[in-house]
Ligand binder design. Sequence first.
Ligand SMILES: *Cc1c(COP(=O)(O)O)cnc(C)c1O
Length: 395
Amino acid sequence: MSDFDRWIGEELERITAQHLHRSLRRVDSAQGAEVVVDGRTLVNFSSNDYLGLANHPRLRAAAAAAIEQFGAGSGSARLICGNLAPHAELEETLARFKGTEAALTFASGFAAALGTIPALVGKGDIVILDKLSHACLVDAARLSEATIRVFPHNHLGKLERLLNWARETHPAARVLVVTESVFSMDGDRAPLREIVELKDRFGAWLFLDEAHAAGVIGPCGRGLAAELGVTDRVDVQMATLGKALGSSGGAICGSSKLIDFLVNRARSFIFSTAPAPSAAAAAREALQLLERGEMESARQTLWRNIRALASGLRQPEPQSAILPIPTGDEERTMAMAGHLADRGFWVGAIRPPTVPKFQARLRIVATSIHSDAQIENLSAVLNDAQNINKSSRQR
Ligand SMILES: *Cc1c(COP(=O)(O)O)cnc(C)c1O
């Protein structure tokens, strides 16, 4: 065995011993309330396809039409010759939907963060992040080489102290506050209004990741900034096109100047092939369905299902479609997910480093396409599993 293979092997053994090994599961069906996984049909409570748009006939038709007209690939980066009509149309629709002057799309949300944050801040500047910020926000902050400070999750007092510190010790620095509107593994919301007040008071900028709010929260699913009427005060809004919007890609929404600047400075935009025209066309179709109100009944069903699931699982008042069930250790989390799979349910088993140590959990996601029976059955099986768990621990 080569040194290289031996090292990889040892690393993998360590990951496995900690119950942190992950592997891919092959899905042989389209996304939906039920999916075929390793030859078995499971009810899917693990996707971010909140409105069932990933396999919606209108999105499929829009993608197919874009392929007919523009082909499968984009040919190059946007700045070379890949700036196809579907990209321009998507960005125009996105800006209108988000209530900003302009928008810029990227191959993924991860790429949007990685290109944007280092374009805005650098050495000598300061990034202040919520502790539970998504990995792409953390990596983007690191890549920027700015000084990083972290505040405990949603802790306004600590954020204020950090802003004060930043202003006193680095009066000339750019200060960027980074947070999410809905936290991806906890499902709770940021106190956005208060954060906007604070960052304005200290002359800082705000980067808001709306990944899990788009389509779910706000008028017609426009997001949390729109819900609270603070769109004009959020300097940079990020969205993803692969969650409720049913396609793939990421986006930054803001002023025309910001977008012009990113076209010139965001490296993950400049040096990356434009997304497939079909993905752009599908995302645009999703936005049009939302803004024309054609998804309003699905959105009402989504929220009814969210509340039914939360009450079935005896969870507090839900703030989003993401319902975390704390399980504590990694081994028990995997055992519970396995128990649920045996009974026909696919739920996310979330372990470090996705969440902090000792905070493993099941991540249950409600969508508009789950039936009442699917929600009731999951609640029953999960409550049962938790009771078994408790009694086995008491023994
Ligand atoms: C999924 C996610 C991203 C990354 O978006 P992709 O388009 O999947 O790369 C960024 N931020 C948050 C909060 C997310 O949940």
